[in-house]
Design a protein around this ligand. Structure first.
Ligand code: NDP
Ligand SMILES: O=C1OC[C@@H](O)[C@H](O)[C@H]1O
Length: 405
């Protein structure tokens, strides 16, 4: 967030907070940040701050996002948005009532790689090139309309034709996170599905659209835990018949190859297969391999085409880097632009600006709630309970301990 902010003209990191004032000061000094605070409350009381980035453990996202909204700040909150769907609904209701941007930080989504995949697959476009409020509002309205199961229709225009299946994997090698990491803590809403699986669900949802349900899920539990999953796999299904697989793991048996997490998207349609690797961190290298089969026409196709008499298989490999910026840069650029749109709409009476602003708020709310809904469903399908916010989870543990004594 600090590096991208130096490259996004309208963004400035004004202050940083930690629970320990000295640590906050050292951090601010090290990163050239003018102000530091020894508590999160103190940072939220700073009137010069417009927006807050919440990069806390999952179980605290809801609490501090609510606190930031109540302090009148726009929020970019790390994924997963909250501990569960119920909390996501509460937080987003607050954001909308205050007219503040409240976005889940799925940084991968704004990178041109995703735009490329959306185009290939004929699904919605996640970016808008014209950033005027009216154009943004119009484009987002269009995206919402397009986003209803479009991929299931033959005439979607996507190169793969009708969707058969999509598989998304985010796999983290077992040497990366030890047992003490926040991701393994029950009271911090830990779990592989929460951490890595939320990306899978988000990518599946945004590429395919529609409203899938969770058909089944299987968890591999963390050592000595009956609550925290070290790996999760699951199947989602659409009414239209296609299905999706999610594969999330903290225990992947992968050798260090300089990249983690391993993140892949595989989409199979009736006209071919698309494989994308490293969709989460595309700036460090990515590949989109597209294999399509179509009825043979004439010979003379490119050297990568194989004809078998009745049809022709073509494979193309593409790498997408856009202007070479990181996902975090694109994420921050859009966040800053959207905060600007919402602020301007509050000042002026222009109907287009108001539509644009309310669309931004509505889309963020719908997106994070839908993602948390499916995450809850995945846990339930695996025979586990949806996660709890830290405050509730701590109370539950205390009650359990009191019951034991
Ligand atoms: N978008 C992305 O690329 C990434 C997103 N994430 C997300 O960011 C969030 C944080 O992950 P990560 O940075 O790896 O976590 P860390 O453990 O490295 O940092 C979490 C920070 O939260 C603060 N904190 C407040 N209360 C607690 C508590 N009770 N226990 C532990 N820490 C606490 C601490 O700050 P202090 O003590 O200074 O107040 C700590 O530095 C997660 O939700 C994760 O999913 C993580 C990595 C990458
Ligand atoms: O991008 C990421 O990579 C590793 C994960 O554990 C982390 O939380 C995530 O956001």
């Amino acid at each position: 967030m600090i590096w991208p902010a130096r490259r996004v003209p309208q963004a400035e990191v004004v202050a940083v907070a930690a629970r320990d004032g000295e640590r906050a000061r050292d951090y601010a000094k090290q990163h050239g940040i003018a102000r530091s605070y020894g508590s999160y409350e103190a940072l939220l009381a700073d009137p010069d701050i417009d927006a807050v980035y919440v990069g806390l453990p999952n179980g605290l996202h809801g609490h501090w996002t609510r606190a930031a909204l109540k302090a009148g700040k726009h929020v970019l909150c790390e994924k997963p948005f909250t501990a569960n769907e119920e909390e996501a609904r509460e937080v987003q209701a607050l954001a909308r009532s205050r007219g503040l941007v409240c976005r889940e930080a799925f940084h991968y989504r704004e990178h041109p790689l995703m735009e490329h995949l959306h185009r290939l697959l004929g699904s919605m476009s996640s970016l808008c090139t014209d950033s005027s409020p009216k154009a943004v509002g119009k484009q987002q309205h269009l995206q919402q309309q397009q986003h209803h199961g479009k991929f299931h229709e033959e005439a979607s225009g996507g190169v793969l034709g009708r969707l058969k299946s999509v598989d998304v994997a985010v796999l983290i090698p077992k040497w990366v996170f030890g047992g003490a990491n926040i991701r393994f803590q029950e009271t911090l809403a830990g779990g592989a599905a929460m951490d890595a699986g939320c990306y899978c669900i988000h990518a599946i949802r945004s590429l395919v659209g529609g409203q899938p349900t969770v058909e089944s899920a299987t968890a591999v539990m963390a050592p000595k835990s009956q609550v925290v999953d070290a790996a999760m796999s699951g199947t989602l299904r659409w009414r239209e018949g296609s299905n999706a697989g999610l594969h999330a793991s903290f225990r992947a048996s992968l050798q260090h190859d300089g990249l983690f997490p391993i993140s892949t998207i595989d989409v199979r349609g009736d006209k071919g297969h698309l494989h994308c690797s490293n969709f989460i961190m595309p700036v460090f290298g990515n590949v989109v391999r597209l294999t399509t089969t179509s009825p043979a026409v004439e010979s003379g196709a490119g050297s990568n085409s194989i004809g078998n008499g009745s049809n022709k298989t073509t494979t193309t490999v593409t790498r997408v880097y856009g202007s070479g910026e990181s996902t975090y840069f694109y994420q921050l650029s859009r966040f800053v632009r959207d905060v600007g749109t919402v602020k301007d709409a509050a000042k002026d009476d222009d109907a287009g600006a108001l539509v644009a602003a309310s669309t931004i708020l509505a889309d963020d709310a719908a997106d994070s709630i839908a993602n948390m809904h499916l995450l809850d469903e995945v846990y339930l399908a695996a025979g586990l309970a949806p996660r709890l916010p830290s405050s509730q989870s701590a109370r539950k543990q205390q009650a359990k301990q009191a019951g034991v004594q």
